[in-house]
Structures are given as structure tokens and as C-alpha cells.
Design a protein around this ligand. Sequence first.
Ligand SMILES: NC(=O)C1=CN([C@@H]2O[C@H](COP(=O)(O)OP(=O)(O)OC[C@H]3O[C@@H](n4cnc5c(N)ncnc54)[C@H](OP(=O)(O)O)[C@@H]3O)[C@@H](O)[C@H]2O)C=CC1
Ligand SMILES: Nc1nc(=O)c2c([nH]1)NC[C@@H]1CN(c3ccc(C(=O)N[C@@H](CCC(=O)O)C(=O)O)cc3)C=[N+]21
Length: 285
Amino acid sequence: MMELRGLPVANSLTEAFKLRINQLKLGGITPKLSVIRIGNNEDDISYERSIIKKFSSLDAVAEVTGLPYDVRQETIEAVIKKMNNDNNVHGILLFRPFPEHLSYEKIKSVINGDKDVDCMSQTNMARLFSGEKNGYPPCTAQAVMEILDYYKVDLAGKKAVIVGRSLVVGKPLGILLLEKNATVTICHSKTKNLPEECRRADILIACAGSANMITREFTNPSQIVIDVGINVEEGRLCGDVKYDDVADYVQAITPVPGGVGTVTTIELLKHTIISAERYNAVVRI
Ligand SMILES: NC(=O)C1=CN([C@@H]2O[C@H](COP(=O)(O)OP(=O)(O)OC[C@H]3O[C@@H](n4cnc5c(N)ncnc54)[C@H](OP(=O)(O)O)[C@@H]3O)[C@@H](O)[C@H]2O)C=CC1
Ligand SMILES: Nc1nc(=O)c2c([nH]1)NC[C@@H]1CN(c3ccc(C(=O)N[C@@H](CCC(=O)O)C(=O)O)cc3)C=[N+]21
């Protein structure tokens, strides 16, 4: 078994990012991400912590606006609009999912597509689905692609099976894998014979948010397993894959922690840098 760790992937990108941030600073621009957190969700807080650590270690800025769980729709829209209009803000990230009382449809239509670094807006979704390269795919889906690319996993003609169809991970990942000529199956809670579907995969991607659900019977010995899940079980972080059951059996696997999550944060930084560079190019014309 080979462990596909996220850290070498993240490190391989970091040096180039430092140079690009420096270059921007020479022009008087510091890449800045504005994050909106609603309530005190544990998942959001752990992501927030990683973001702040990563951005500050590379001299970029991540600023968090915390809003109460019962925040009003108008308030959140006003906060986003202010960020849209602030030239010092290059990326906007809202943690998902939102509380039930807020309209996701309305919020995603307010956020400026050019600052939408995690693919929430219609504009960016459309860009992703139509294959245009001027948008930002969701960071997690892109982190999976980054890992496959770094470890030179050939995708052309391979059968990729994704467990999970959310807009943040499963669906966009299907599109990105299709672009690399994989044959894609997206499974979900209504899928029949899930273990059998999964067993047929050359590349199995678990993004269901269900701790340890992928056991050995879902896998095969030549399989590459990517575990996107971040779940907390008895105070410990674990993925959607039952690691101890599967790791020895398959060809390669990403660990949790230390896998996809590590690269997600760096993709977010990448998008923020690109957005700052695009802004820089425009103000200099
Ligand atoms: N590594 C990282 O950087 C990140 C990790 N995550 C993690 O990824 C996981 C998924 O997140 P997210 O997409 O937001 O989750 P959602 O809850 O939005 O979506 C889960 C999807 O998985 C499907 N599903 C759930 N349980 C099962 C099951 N037992 N069998 C088959 N399908 C199932 C659901 O099916 P249906 O549609 O039918 O309900 C749904 O499509 C979570 O653990 C999350 O913490 C999320 C973002 C970033
Ligand atoms: N719009 C939106 N996009 C998201 O991508 C999103 C979200 N909302 N809401 C919350 C979940 C959760 N999530 C995490 C990502 C990384 C770590 C994390 O801890 N990363 C560590 C490493 C963890 C590991 O080693 O696996 C790091 O970057 O160093 C945690 C949680 C993103 N999410």
C-alpha cells in the first residue's frame, strides 16, 4: 500500500506561491480572503483555523467575520456586498451549509463571481460545467485533482466512482474527472448495491460525510482510494473510509488527517492569489 499524503502536494506548491505573493506586494497588493462564518459549527471552525494558519505563514491575509446563527438575510447580504465593493478583498468564502432560515439561492446570487473562490455563485458553477478556465472550482474538488496529479495517477479511460453528490464536492469533482477522460459514476444515498458499484472502481472517492462507511468490501486490491471525509468520532478526526480495514488491502490511499484537507486550504490560497493577480492586471491597464 502507498499512502498518498497531502503535505508533499501542498509543499510542492508553496514555494511558487511565496514568489507570487512577493511579486504582488511589490505592486502594493496583499492577497486577502474574507471569510464569513455563521454560528459555531465545529467543521467550520477547524477549517477556519487551518486557513488562518496557512495564509499568515505565507504573508497573505485571511479575515473572518463571525455572524450569529440567527443572523438575518439582509444582514448577511449587506456584509457580502461590502466585501464585493472592497478593492482590498480578493476572495470571499462563506462556510457551508447555512442555517435553514437563510436563502442559499439569494446569497449565492449576491456574491461577486470574480471573488467567489469556492464556487458558490451561478457564474462560477456555469464556468465549471461548461469547461471555461476563468472561474474557480470548489477547493475540495480541486484538491482531489491536485493529489491525483501530483502522484501521477493516470485517469484516461479509468473508472472513477464518487460516493456523494453535493455541490461542494461530489458533483463538481465528477466534472473535473470527466475533463481528464475518466469514466465517472456518482453514487448517493439511493444508490443500489453501493459496495458492488464501489468495488468496480479504479479510483474510489469517498465524500459522503459518514464516518468509516467504506469498508474492505467496497474496495479491490488494485484500487486507489481518496478519502475526502472529515468526521469527528470520539474526539478524533476520521474519514469516510475505515482506514485500518482498507489500507493494507488497496494499492494506494489518502489518510485522514493529513490527506485531502491539507490540500484544500492551499487551493483556497491559490484562488485568492489568482484573483489578486487578475485585479492587479486590471488596475495596471
Ligand atoms: N477534505 C476537505 O477539505 C473537505 C471535507 N469535507 C467533508 O466531506 C464530506 C462530505 O461533505 P459534503 O459534500 O459537504 O456533505 P453533504 O452532506 O452535503 O453530502 C453528502 C453526500 O453523500 C451522500 N451520502 C451520505 N451518506 C451516504 C451513504 N451512507 N451512502 C451513500 N451516499 C451517502 C449524500 O447522498 P444524498 O444526496 O442522497 O443525500 C450526499 O450526496 C464531509 O465529511 C465533510 O466534512 C467537506 C469539505 C471539505
Ligand atoms: N464553502 C465551504 N467550503 C469548504 O471547503 C468547507 C466548508 N464550506 N465548510 C466546512 C468544511 C470543512 N472543511 C475543512 C477543510 C480542511 C480542514 C482541515 O483541518 N485542514 C487541515 C488538515 C486536515 C487534514 O490533515 O486532513 C489543514 O489544512 O491543515 C478542516 C475542515 C472545509 N469545508
